[in-house]
Design a binder for this molecule. Sequence first.
Ligand SMILES: [Zn+2]
Length: 354
Amino acid sequence: MIGERIERARQAAGLSLRALAEQVDLSAMAISKYERNEVTPGSDVMLRLAEAMGVRVEYFFRQDTVELQNVEFRKHAALSKAEERQILADVQDRLERWHDLDDIFPPSAEMKFKLPKGLPQQIGDLGDIEAIAIKLRDHWELGHNPIPDLIDTLEENGIRVIVTPYIGKERFDGLSAKVNDMPVIAIGSEWPGDRQRFTLAHELGHLILHGRLSEELNEEKACDRFAGAFLVPGEVVIEALGSKRKWLEPRELLLLKLEYGLSIGGWTYRARDMGVLDKTTHGKFYGFLRKQGWDKQEPGPAYKHEASRLFEKRIYHALAEDWVGESKAAELLGIPLAELHACRNMECSSDIAH
Ligand SMILES: [Zn+2]
């Protein structure tokens, strides 16, 4: 129904009834009536609403095609309910567009998420997670190299990744959910790339480890261990740092961060987990980082943001093959038709902005 869609678009835009009413020059009561399907807005009101909420009018008429299940937020307690709703509404909108695209251009069988064979049923020790991370890397044919585009890797292996605008600042890292058995991971767009990658790999850890951990193990810690081991396998840690060290240089870790997309902090934990630093030295080294404030804000150049490309790639593929018209393509991309023309002429404003 149109009413629910208006409400969701409003939440996605982070607007209260009153704020929206002011923008479109109506009363909050009138909007509330639209949302409860008591009154259907006329086409000029629909246009004003769409403009104020940053959606296209088609959005209001789209069928609900996507139901998010098992939603788990990775957040700090202070994330407000309104922010949660705003994030969920945006994720839902992007998943609906994905769903529309799947109808036009169905995903291949290889793009279905599958766990590697032979995973242990019961994991009793955090150290066992190292081998599981390697197993998944082998399954996805990643070798031991740095993973340049983690989102691309996840998407090609059947995990739907949504990059949502920076809502709830410092309070929202990401979320995981399911849509028709397909795993979904959403992350905030503005976190540094290394932090986004850790969140993605941590959520991947939940997909692999959930239900396999013995009672003594904490799932969050296990997923952190998985994330580190997946981003930088143990062998690589030892190759990069040496098997035994008495201290580490922050700049050495910065260079490794830029190579592997794992934070400086993350590298110190890998060093400890692989026995390169003993526990006491790791504690001292971490204390040294904390003293400089480098545990909160890492020094040196940032690792590039992760971006999702598969959705856009598949739309242009579908355009080239005439499986989709330009107006539908623009709607799926959420851009004006003129912008789509510019993009087809290789003059996308998003490329110029970067
Ligand atoms: Zn978690």
